[in-house]
Write a protein that binds this ligand. Structure first.
Ligand SMILES: [Zn+2]
Length: 275
């Protein structure tokens, strides 16, 4: 039985401000990438997809995947950094950085990309950067990892304009209407720690009743959104097992089945990723 964490952030060097108040008895060294990967491996989380959010991540993502045979990488510009990239780079410069990295073996996707209207005054730039990266996904024939917060309608509209692109809706949060829309596409649902939160009953119902297992990937989004029983603490890839357990409980099937099917889904979607 193996698990795959389909969305995590392993390089925590830029996250100190976020990490420090949440260490609860641990040290920053405890979250060193070697130890994170090792603890994941011990927990049968044998593969991970390390996700980028900014073009300054590319070298670090490359270095980590070169070092660990079981860590794949995804490069992309998170909507939060859309404005900054529009101001700093031309589209040709950005395309060149993607071109250098997308041809490498362990670059299996583009992401995380999308729209985040939670706090935003840069909707137009977000849309431009999102569409641009979907074009790159078409050009390089790579799936995408979608971040969409408070922006479902626009996200779907832009995705529909790129029907050849497939991928995963990362951190899906269970809205039934949105689930139905996604089910009509080829996209997978990235299910993370929020599924285990007691109050998320609608999300749990959606997973139980609407999502079929062949469309689900499991993820942590670590260091964020740790599942129960670690809620409020720092998340890490080994905890993805708790997400799988919750899906098994909801669907009333064995955790082996969840592990097998979600791992198979991962390798089917990110078809450059190999066992
Ligand atoms: Zn993420």
């Amino acid at each position: 039985m193996i698990f795959v964490d389909s969305h995590c952030h392993l390089d925590l060097s830029g996250f100190e401000e976020f990490l420090k108040p949440r260490l609860v008895g641990k040290t920053l060294e405890y979250y060193d990438v070697d130890l994170l990967v090792d603890r994941a491996f011990q927990a049968n989380v044998k593969y991970m997809l390390n996700i980028g959010t900014h073009l300054s991540d590319v070298d670090k993502l490359t270095e980590i995947s070169d070092r660990f045979s079981n860590v794949f990488r995804s490069i992309g510009i998170h909507p939060e950094y859309a404005k900054e990239h529009c101001e700093k780079f031309s589209f040709n410069e950005m395309r060149e950085i993607f071109r250098r990295c997308c041809g490498l073996d362990k670059t299996v996707s583009i992401g995380e990309i999308g729209l985040d209207y939670h706090v935003s005054n840069d909707v137009e730039q977000q849309k431009k950067i999102f569409s641009f990266q979907l074009e790159l996904a078409e050009e390089f024939n790579l799936p995408v990892s979608i971040h969409s917060r408070d922006a479902w309608a626009d996200t779907m509209e832009i995705l529909e304009a790129h029907p050849k692109v497939t991928g995963v809706i990362h951190c899906f949060s269970g809205e039934k209407e949105f689930a139905e829309k996604v089910l009509n596409t080829s996209f997978y649902f990235g299910i993370g720690g929020t599924l285990t939160f007691k109050k998320n009953t609608i999300f749990q119902e959606t997973v139980r009743d609407i999502l079929s297992l062949d469309r689900i990937l499991i993820e942590t989004d670590s260091p964020f959104l740790a599942p129960v029983p670690f809620r409020g603490k720092l998340n890490e890839p080994s905890f993805v097992v708790h997400v799988a357990e919750k899906i098994a409980e909801l669907k009333n099937i064995s955790i082996d089945q969840i592990a097998n099917q979600t791992s198979r889904n991962f390798f089917e979607l990110f078809n450059k990723a190999k066992f």
